[in-house]
Design a protein around this ligand. Structure first.
Ligand code: SAH
Length: 371
């Protein structure tokens, strides 16, 4: 382990504390943040508004370390997926989704995931560790650098290239609270990426206490992975529901948006054939969300090796959508993007050294049931 601090781990406040602790003025933090995040500069010697002695001190005490790209794949629809190496054993994935009027980067917050949602590919891999702030914000830095290379011009500071960020990659962001919040601060920080809070979305399976804390320190947009209109089904799809059931989760969503004008919560709902896509379930869902400022995002299930579910038919999805819309709800069906390179929702896998020994446990259960 290096004894140097990685400057990518600092948001503005913690960067200010770092400079003040060595007797420097706090505004040095803003200068360095601009160099790194707005201009894409990663060498201290290029930071020409810092004195020589300050640069020499930074060389001694600090570094700017960004994960390496292991693999870059581009889908026929323009979606790009990167595999990033975060340490000797582990790699994570992130995805860029270009659209006519925006570019969305889907970033990971953990190496693997501990929540074990039965329809998600990341869950199959178990969990290794939380990502640091540096590893989370690096994803944005790397994507902009690579997109600059592809576009043939510098994309740093150009908001249209990566105009939106969604924390919908590998991991449960609210179980990596401190690092995620610092990374969110950098995404919103004017001197860093300057994204509007409406264009940064945190997606959670519903870790209620952490959601309440998030509401105290941030006001990014919220997406909640609901997937079922009642507890008995949600318990099976999202086991975290046993801890924070729907009647606890929905009031927390309300608290999150309380006092924020014109805000709503996006509820994600993966469409699983014959499991949660029946007309009666659409009516139950509409009833459940009746008084909630909500948008519903229907996500056709994306299969992965070993998955036990099938994608709902187009007819079932249309019918489900119609029922919700007829009840006055705003519904969007998410078109699968990048599925030819396994970059669609729930297909992100990376390479995870599983500390939870999930695979071994599963094998054990399988052996047991076959004996
Ligand atoms: N842990 C967070 C963020 C990661 S998942 C959360 O649960 O929200 C991002 C979204 O993709 C979630 O809504 C998740 O439920 C959905 N998803 C997971 N696996 C999927 C699959 N195989 N097909 C379609 N969507 C999936």
């Amino acid at each position: 382990m290096s004894a140097k601090v990685n400057l990518l781990d600092f948001d503005r406040k913690s960067m200010e504390a770092f400079f003040v602790s060595r007797g420097e003025k706090a505004f040095r933090a803003t200068q360095v943040i601009k160099w790194i995040h707005q201009l894409g500069v990663t060498h201290f010697d290029a930071m020409t508004n810092l004195s020589k002695s300050l640069r020499a001190w930074l060389h001694e005490e600090a570094e700017i370390v960004i994960p390496d790209i292991v693999l870059e794949q581009q889908s026929a629809d323009g979606t790009i997926k990167w595999l990033l190496r975060v340490d000797d054993g582990n790699s994570i994935e992130m995805v860029y989704i270009p659209e006519a009027n925006r570019g969305t980067l889907c970033v990971s917050s953990q190496v693997g995931c501990a929540l074990d949602c039965s329809f998600c590919s990341t869950a199959q891999q178990g969990f290794n560790r939380n990502l640091s702030t540096a590893e989370i914000i690096s994803q944005l830095h790397i994507a902009i650098r690579r997109l600059s290379d592809k576009l043939g011009h510098d994309a740093f500071g150009k908001k249209r290239v990566v105009s939106n960020v969604v924390l919908m990659g590998m991991g449960e962001p609210l179980l990596n609270f401190n690092s995620v919040v610092k990374a969110l601060n950098l995404m919103l920080e004017d001197n860093a990426y300057g994204l509007s809070k409406r264009r940064v979305t945190l997606s959670t399976a519903g870790v209620v206490p952490a959601l309440d804390r998030l509401g105290e320190v941030s006001d990014v947009s919220l997406a909640v992975s609901l997937h079922a209109p009642y507890n008995s089904l949600r318990d099976k799809l999202v086991p975290l529901n046993k801890k924070y059931p729907i009647e606890v989760l929905l009031p927390a969503c309300r608290r999150y948006i309380a006092g924020q004008a014109h805000r709503s919560v996006t509820f994600e709902y993966v469409m699983l054939d014959g499991v949660n896509d029946l007309p009666k379930q659409a009516r139950d869902l509409a009833k459940l969300l009746r008084d909630m400022p909500a948008k519903i995002n229907l996500i056709p299930f994306n299969p992965f090796p070993g998955s036990v579910y099938a994608r709902s038919s187009d007819a079932a999805i249309s019918k489900f959508c119609e029922i919700l819309a007829a009840q006055g709800l705003t519904v969007i069906t998410r078109r699968p993007r990048g599925d030819d390179i396994d970059a669609a929702c729930g297909q992100l896998a990376g390479k995870v050294v599983d500390k939870t020994k999930r695979l071994q446990k599963k094998e054990h259960v399988l052996q047991f049931s076959f004996q």
